[in-house]
Design a binder for this molecule. Structure first.
Ligand code: RIB
Ligand code: CA
Length: 322
């Protein structure tokens, strides 16, 4: 099987942890590296959390790169769990994983240029504010030639944001970066809140994570510690796993339905970060994104829980995975 070369740009983040662990357990994907950005929490803690997740996965071959500490233009905002900082050592220890010396932006630029030379383009999985991606695009015009597609968790069109009434967090945290990416001309596959809120992980499904060895237990502990359910808003039990939908699409795109459309973002004024999707082509713009509007909830959650449980599988040499 030809493995898809991907870079995960992330602001871990509990749902980022699920996405990264899922990707590192998926043979379909060749994770070239993890580039980290400030977002859910400050950069020093998103870097620590990314290293902890790599240590949990046992995939010590996957490098971590520190990126932008703040957005391009607007003042810094963090996620609603900003106070959590780094994941508790009791839940996930960092082992001896450290970030590389090279910056995340330089890593993305270097990888994209190498992809142009090799002819094997990279898929960028953006599951945090898009600052690193935008900076790479700004700094070297050839970067876009090395990137096959950007699969991004971001935006909200009918399901209004949960960090502010008008915006989804990743775009809200750096709307100017989002604007650069949406206008880059690179094919974008977008996983907005409208779709990610359709798939809610319940307590009993979370329990199945615990079959996944140390990694699965840690993910269970993280999802338990930071309860993401909101029955008053969502109308039923369970919480979203926003970022993991990006990885699920790479593995099983048939779990999703979407529409090619033009997506834009507001970059000024009070409602900075507001995203719109011109589903009925009122603006007559060329579509710049495939916006996912539906998800097979059971299929997605089964894929997620199956991949996480895989960390508990017996190792090829007969020993239990870490
Ligand atoms: O709005 C959800 C997004 O914001 C997710 O990527 C979550 O991790 C936070 O970054
Ligand atoms: Ca995230």
């Amino acid at each position: 099987m030809k493995r898809l070369k991907i870079i995960i740009d992330t602001d871990p983040g509990v749902d980022d942890a699920a996405a990264i662990l899922m990707a590192l357990a998926s043979p379909e994907l060749d994770v070239l590296g993890i580039s980290v950005v400030a977002g859910n929490v400050a950069l020093q803690n998103t870097v620590i959390n990314a290293c902890k997740i790599v240590n949990l996965s046992g995939r010590h071959d996957v490098p971590v790169y520190a990126g932008a500490a703040g957005p391009l233009v607007r003042q810094q905002v963090y996620g609603k769990y900003a106070h959590i900082g780094a994941f508790d050592d009791e839940i996930a220890d960092i082992g001896n994983i450290k970030p590389e010396q090279e910056s995340a932006v330089d890593f993305i630029i270097r990888s994209a240029k190498a992809a142009v030379t090799s002819g094997e383009q990279i898929t960028l999985c953006s599951i945090g504010p898009m600052t690193n991606v935008a900076l790479a695009l700004i700094q070297h015009p050839d970067v876009r030639l090395g990137i096959k597609q950007i699969v991004s968790m971001g935006g909200a069109f009918t399901a209004m944001g949960h960090r502010t009434p008008w915006a989804e967090f990743n775009i809200y945290a750096d709307p100017h970066a989002g604007d650069i990416v949406f206008k880059s001309g690179i094919p974008i596959i977008l996983m907005p809140l409208d779709m990610t809120f359709q798939a809610l992980l319940t307590q009993s499904q979370m329990e199945t994570f615990r079959a996944g060895g140390k990694a699965g237990q840690a993910l269970f502990d993280l999802f338990t510690a930071f309860d993401r359910s909101d029955p008053n808003r969502l109308g039923r039990e369970g919480g979203p796993v926003h970022d993991a939908t990006v990885i699920a699409w790479l593995i099983k795109p048939e779990l999703f339905k979407g529409h090619e459309t033009y997506v834009g973002v507001q970059i000024t004024g009070l409602t900075m970060g507001y995203t719109y999707a011109d589903f009925y082509n009122k603006l007559n713009h060329v579509p710049n994104a495939l916006v996912m509007t539906e998800i097979d909830e059971a299929g997605f959650l089964n894929l997620l829980t199956e991949r996480i449980a895989g960390y508990g599988a017996v190792h090829h040499n007969g020993e239990k995975q870490p």
